[in-house]
Design a binder for this molecule. Structure first.
Ligand code: SRM
Ligand code: SF4
Length: 511
């Protein structure tokens, strides 16, 4: 007996719920076995939320953040059916979560997903999360590799084309995979359990492939950047390497203590050399050693605004979706924009934003005048532009503080107080689980409780110095237990001291 979750997986695999979902929809959530309700349903991407009992959250899988307008309209119809409970959030893994869904509607929802090639299977618990890739894959003139097909192939293997693959539903813990195709590392590859980084072989072949990083993860107990496996693979070996490495993790990963079950702990125990040998054994061949690190690295791009595509005369337009939150009417409208101005393609980013692609030069000014751009701007201010926020205690059962509404309010206040010469990336996590990746931000918050004037109040630990792209490294904690009500002043000071913020006239006039 390892722990509660290992026990319940041993009794019944999470994927078994697939055969029971029609019955659950009939009997209603109150009549379902508690382990099925609270845990196993998550193998289908369906989350019971104690803050909204009977109204479930559904986490999709959107490999490489690629959607089309038909899929978007299906998501819109699911959210619409939830009435006032309906919400959709873009997540920090280029993905979408929807809320307000009733169990009775789940079988029909799954049918709708299937009809447009969507799935939510294996998106939570001890499964592989959404596979991330470059949001501008296939449209960026400077990309080294178009990651789209690989991300989809990896997902199809691991989920049996979205139907569920029992070979990968009982990992020791969650597992993150990223495939970078650009030099600016727009997927935050180094915080994934398995990351593929573009690299050219130094030999006469100058062949293109990927260096492999392993073991990156964030948790409340430990934050670790991924380390080199000292392996280089050509693109055609990426899927096989994922499969082999996951089998090694599945069969040998540590399971007893869930706090120590992520891949890095197995690497700690074995050493990277033994881990590499086991992966090679599983793959049935030896792997080339890593290529030299590509020294031409770029500053991080956020893809907001109008950008020319590699296809002449076409552009992609990045819209900033404040804290990733959208409603049914927004989803319908964004699908319409993608059809009217582009080719129906929609891309999601790990910064919780969205791109409309294939917009002709002639159509760009028309798209920019659409009313929804008041809400989802292509030219947000430098603070809103870098804002990322996790779910927080509005819906998340383990949250310590509220995040989305609070972060929006503070961002508006700070934008009133200061002029910023450049984008400052501020990431809010409602607890130390770090879902909003505060350690890769310029300024990151993790929620906590603290005291002010003898009273317990919401607070945050503040991280700074996170850098992605060129010279990527994780930020560190610079201030602890800062009351949230003091943040306007505290963050204002940080912005002036570190990011060149200057107070606006009206702010100076304030007492
Ligand atoms: Fe996360 C647990 C939300 C990205 C680290 N995360 C949770 C749960 C499932 C907690 C719960 O029991 O309900 C949250 C669901 C709340 C809700 O109702 O929305 C949750 N995580 C999220 C999302 C939605 C945040 C967001 O607003 O974008 C992200 C969904 C991504 C997706 O589409 O799959 C999300 N979570 C992340 C990331 C970022 C990433 O993957 O790049 C991390 C840090 C990276 C990592 O995992 O290494 C992250 N989440 C965690 C952890 C700590 C993991 C650990 O090893 O301890 C937990 C807690 C756990 O798994 O026990 C957690
Ligand atoms: Fe919930 Fe904490 Fe993740 Fe935010 S960081 S979504 S509060 S688990």
């Amino acid at each position: 007996m390892a722990n509660k979750i290992e026990d319940l997986k041993a009794v019944k695999d999470g994927l078994a719920i697939k055969a029971e979902i029609a019955r659950f929809a009939e009997i209603g959530w109150e009549a379902i076995d508690d382990d099925d309700l609270q845990h196993r349903l998550k193998w289908l991407g369906v989350f019971f939320r104690k803050s909204t009992p009977g109204r479930f959250m559904v986490r999709m899988r959107i490999p490489n953040g690629l959607l089309n307008s038909d899929q978007m309209r299906v998501l819109a119809s699911v959210v619409e059916k939830c009435g006032d409970h309906g919400v959709a959030d873009i997540t920090t893994r280029q993905n979408i979560q929807m809320r307000g869904i009733e169990l009775a509607d789940v079988p029909e929802m799954f049918e709708k997903f299937r009809a447009v090639g969507l799935t939510s299977v294996q998106s939570a618990m001890d499964n592989i999360r959404n596979i991330t890739g470059s949001p501008v894959a296939g449209i960026d003139a400077n990309e080294l590799y178009d990651t789209r097909a690989l991300a989809i192939q990896v997902q199809n293997l691991l989920t049996n084309n979205g139907e569920g693959n029992a070979a990968f539903t009982n990992l020791p813990r969650k597992f993150n995979i990223a495939i970078a195709g650009c030099r600016d590392n727009s997927t935050h590859a180094e915080i994934n359990d398995l990351a593929f980084i573009p690299a050219f072989k130094e030999d006469s072949s100058k062949a293109f492939g990927f260096n492999v990083l392993v073991g990156g993860f964030f948790s409340a107990k430990r934050i670790a950047a991924a380390i080199p496996l000292n392996v280089w693979v050509p693109p055609e070996d990426v899927v096989a390497l994922c499969e082999a490495l996951l089998i090694v993790f599945r069969d040998h990963g540590l399971r007893e203590n869930r706090q120590k079950a992520r891949l890095m702990y197995l690497i700690d125990e074995w050493g990277i050399e033994k881990f590499r040998i086991e992966v090679e054994k599983q793959m049935g061949k030896s792997l080339a050693t890593a290529a030299a690190k590509d020294e031409i690295s770029w500053e991080k791009r956020d893809h907001i605004g109008v950008h020319p595509q590699k296809q002449e005369g076409l552009n992609y337009i990045g819209l900033q979706i404040p804290v990733g939150r959208m409603y049914a009417s927004d989803l319908y409208e964004l699908a319409r924009l993608a059809d009217t101005y582009g080719n129906g393609d929609i891309r999601l980013t790990v910064e919780q934003n969205l791109l409309i692609t294939h917009v002709s030069d002639r159509q760009v000014p028309l798209l920019l005048q659409e009313p929804i751009l008041q809400k989802f701007p292509a030219e947000p201010n430098n603070l809103m532009r870098g804002l990322v926020s996790c779910t927080g205690n509005q819906f998340c059962p383990v949250a310590i503080v509220e995040t989305k509404n609070r972060s929006l309010a503070l961002t508006h206040q700070l934008a009133e107080d200061y002029d910023l010469p450049k984008v400052v990336r501020i990431h809010w996590s409602g607890c130390p689980n770090s879902c909003a990746q505060p350690q890769v931000a310029d300024i990151g918050f993790t929620g906590c409780k603290t005291r002010k004037n003898g009273k317990v109040v919401d607070g945050v630990d503040i991280y700074m110095g996170g850098k992605v792209g060129k010279d990527a490294h994780l930020g560190t904690c610079v201030m602890e237990k800062v009351p949230c009500e003091d943040l306007r002043e505290v963050v204002g000071k940080l912005l002036m001291e570190n990011f060149g913020a200057t107070p606006k006239q009206q702010a100076i006039a304030q007492p």
